[in-house]
Design a protein around this ligand. Structure first.
Ligand code: ADP
Ligand code: ZN
Ligand code: ZN
Length: 732
């Protein structure tokens, strides 16, 4: 049997195809998933071999040989490669760009995938020089030599951590023959156990959940762990991961945002005394490469990360866990390749033939629909682990209540009561800054963003006006630039609420939590610590406060404004609102005391709110799914959005109008639009969208497959930036 003669290589180009190459000289075969360097026009590019083939459509004299094979063994195993090819098909995105998303930048540029590490040590001469106090006049070199002598050597990674910019010093010391480096293979971890402590004994429902999923270890199955905040979901994850580790396999755990949920990472670290890779957007390219290599080599037994970690290499994968599966951050909604890490996690588990566990207190309606249609198995944890009662929720009618700077009299009285009874209070408002509008009371001028169809937000303590959409930043004017009269901030942001609360409750220690005050990870931890210790009594914040923190002494939660989500044009807005309310309510009364939740609204008769209050999230979800079914929205139909932006509104609409004209949609496909985006102008560019609605997935994909290549050929496409978003999570 003769092997393949050409190899199809995925390259990071916007072209929707792979490229054929002959093997490099003296190479017979290349395994799919291996990186190769190839000539491409005048460039040399790094690509990944997809497959071998016995012939090419290109004439033999046009086929070029590869330049080199970069990996001794494939960096993408068959399961991962299958996942990426599936994603390229499903999201209709070029395979080369999809693979490129899955790899750390350093690997895309050709860095070694091998896990040997660069280890530096002091030479005998270096140690002698060190004893003599050398080098005397070069403090950076001295520090480096110090560290290498005292610790008997160190890896490059450790040096980068300890002494940023140490390479120059290392070069000098090497030149003097005092230190040297070599590539060494780190010791492999032994694969047995490594559990530090076992955690509390599981409650009956937790046990059942663990057993249900554990029975499926070794084969595919999707499970939803639906439990209120504090019901012990994380404990279930930990037990399942332990089972998987016992089998000598590894776990992949996806979380929404590590910066905001440091607790989950530390719970995993506390429980398991094993190497773990943590992948998130805050890593430098080099750190990402190191974490990837740890995962790839199999040294890491647990890989924990945010969205793109769904593509991390995990040899002998045993389980995939997605915490807070409803979280919007799992969907990439920018750039070219817009994927859902939650959905891909399910596909990955399928490819790897392992179970996947989705956890949430407020599952996405899509996920619940999959439960209803028996594709997923739901397990419920109905009670809190600490036996605390569910919080009592009630509505505050803003029309019937006097309001002081956004806070109603009823809410003020409740806050007073809870503080008096030694409780802590959490006040939630999904808007940072001081006020969303700066208004001239004489002529009606409102401070606009010149780059966006948006108003500038007042940031009082910074004395600035800022655009929350494009980042534009201007000094706060003292007078109206139009008529010279006085201006005043209108509406509430967290900064202003903090000020109001300080006035209403003088001397009461307050903490604010939003993107303006949390600049570094330690800011977040500081605020958390002040709340946890009881030093702070009131916490004011945005969405940030709804993420996984445990404040056992918070007995009252006030939602200042529920109305933003009630009347949106986006059919998903009610779902988001319900999720936010339930998540923030879950912060109340986690200790021994029952909690109270007040929701301020101008629409206390709104069916969504009433439903949520009387029947909880399940009741809400039932009604909301019924509405979606009536209106034929997902999950009862399939959507894709073609979005574009251009320097003029006309150009943005022109491309989409041409696209629509090109389309010859079959019966099962409806085109909606094009329409300008709800906020049409953003950061100086005009945005528009065209929606494709299909009765089912197959029809949608057949249509897109024939339509998209034609869009690329449109002359008007050259005047816009456009992208396809399959299963869009936001409509505007
Ligand atoms: P979730 O992930 O659903 O928010 P956690 O797993 O974090 O819930 O559990 C909430 C709290 O209850 C944690 O402090 C956890 O240690 C504790 N806990 C969880 N399960 C049990 C149990 N079976 N017995 C006692 N405490 C538990
Ligand atoms: Zn004016
Ligand atoms: Zn702007």
């Amino acid at each position: 049997m003769t092997g393949p003669e050409v190899f199809r290589v995925a390259l990071d180009t916007p072209l929707r195809r792979a490229f054929d190459y002959l093997p490099a000289k003296s190479v017979v075969s290349v395994v799919p998933g291996t990186r190769v360097r190839v000539p491409f026009g005048r460039q040399r590019l790094v690509g990944v071999v997809l497959e071998g083939a016995s012939s090419s459509e290109l004439p033999p004299d046009r086929l070029k040989p590869m330049l080199e094979v970069l990996d001794p063994s494939p960096i993408l195993d068959p399961g991962l490669l299958a996942l990426l090819r599936w994603a390229a098909d499903y999201y209709h995105h070029p395979i080369g760009e999809v693979i490129s998303t899955a790899l750390p930048k350093a690997l895309r540029l050709g860095a070694s995938s091998s896990t040997t590490e660069e280890r530096w040590t002091a030479t005998a001469e270096g140690q002698q020089a060190h004893r003599e106090g050398e080098p005397k006049r070069a403090p950076k070199q001295r520090k480096l030599l110090d560290l290498l002598v005292n610790e008997g050597g160190a890896t490059a990674a450790r040096l980068t951590q300890e002494l940023p910019h140490w390479r120059e010093a290392a070069r000098q010391l090497t030149a003097r023959g005092w230190i040297g480096s070599m590539e060494v293979t780190p010791e492999a971890s032994d694969s047995s156990g490594g559990t530090r402590d076992r955690g509390p004994p599981l409650a009956e429902e937790q046990k059942q959940a663990v057993e249900t999923v554990a029975e499926s270890l070794g084969r595919y199955g999707t499970f939803l762990l639906h439990g209120v905040t504090g019901s012990g979901k994380t404990e279930v994850y930990l037990h399942l991961v332990e089972r998987v580790l016992e089998q000598g396999r590894r776990a992949l755990v996806l979380v929404p945002e590590i910066g905001l949920t440091p607790q989950l990472v530390s719970r995993f670290r506390q429980r398991f005394d094993l190497p773990m890779s943590v992948l998130h957007s805050g890593l430098t390219d080099h750190e990402r490469l190191l974490a990837w290599r740890e995962a790839y080599s199999g040294r890491s037994r647990i890989v924990l990360g945010t969205r793109s970690a769904v593509f991390a290499p995990v040899p002998d994968l045993g389980i995939v866990i997605v915490d807070e599966e409803h979280d919007a951050s799992f969907k990439q909604h920018e750039g070219g390749f817009r994927y859902s890490a939650r959905d891909l996690a399910v596909v990955r588990a399928q490819q790897a033939n392992v179970p996947v566990l989705l956890g949430s207190a407020t599952p996405a309606l899509e996920t619940l629909h999959n439960v209803n249609s028996s594709r997923y198995v739901r397990m419920k944890l109905p009670r809190r682990a600490d036996q605390a009662a569910h919080p009592r929720m009630s509505l505050v009618d803003l029309r019937a209540n006097a309001v002081h700077a956004g806070i109603s009299t009823s809410a003020i009285q409740a806050i007073e009561r809870h503080l008096k009874e030694d409780g802590q209070v959490l006040v939630f408002l999904n808007r940072r800054g001081y006020a969303p509008t700066l208004l001239c009371t004489a002529c009606g001028w409102v401070a606009p963003c010149t780059e966006c169809d948006a108003r500038l937000t007042v940031h009082m303590s910074a004395g600035r006006l800022r655009c929350h959409h494009c980042g534009a930043d201007a000094p706060l004017p003292a007078r109206c630039p139009q008529c010279g009269f006085a201006v005043k901030p209108v509406g509430q942001g967290t900064e202003r609420i903090e000020e109001s609360l300080a006035t209403l409750f003088p001397g009461m220690p307050l903490v604010r939590l939003d993107r303006d005050v949390v600049r570094k990870r330690t800011d977040m931890e500081d605020a958390m610590r002040r709340m946890a210790s009881g030093e702070a009594r009131i916490l004011v914040g945005t969405q940030m406060v709804t993420k996984g923190h445990d404040f056992p002494n918070v007995t009252l939660v006030v939602v200042l404004n529920a109305d933003q989500g009630l009347f949106s044009t986006d059919f998903r807005a009610p779902e988001r609102l319900a999720q936010t309310i339930v998540q923030v309510a879950g912060r109340a009364g986690r200790g021994t005391r029952p909690g109270e939740v007040l929701i301020q609204t101008e629409f206390p008769g709104h069916p969504l709110l009433l439903n949520l209050l009387s029947e909880g999230y399940d009741g809400f979800a039932r009604a909301a799914l019924e509405e979606r079914s009536q209106a034929n929205w997902p999950p009862f139909s399939r959507l894709a959005a073609v979005r574009d932006s251009a320097t003029t509104a006309a150009a943005a609409l022109e491309f989409l109008t041409d696209a629509r004209r090109l389309a010859d949609p079959p019966r099962k496909i409806k085109l909606l639009g094009p329409v300008p985006a709800a906020m049409a102008k953003r950061a100086g560019r005009h945005h528009a969208q065209l929606l494709v609605e299909a009765a089912e997935r197959g029809a949608l994909h057949r249509f897109l497959e024939s339509w998209l290549p034609q869009l690329e050929q449109l002359p008007s496409a050259r005047r816009v930036r456009w992208a396809l978003d399959v299963d869009p999570q936001e409509l505007f």
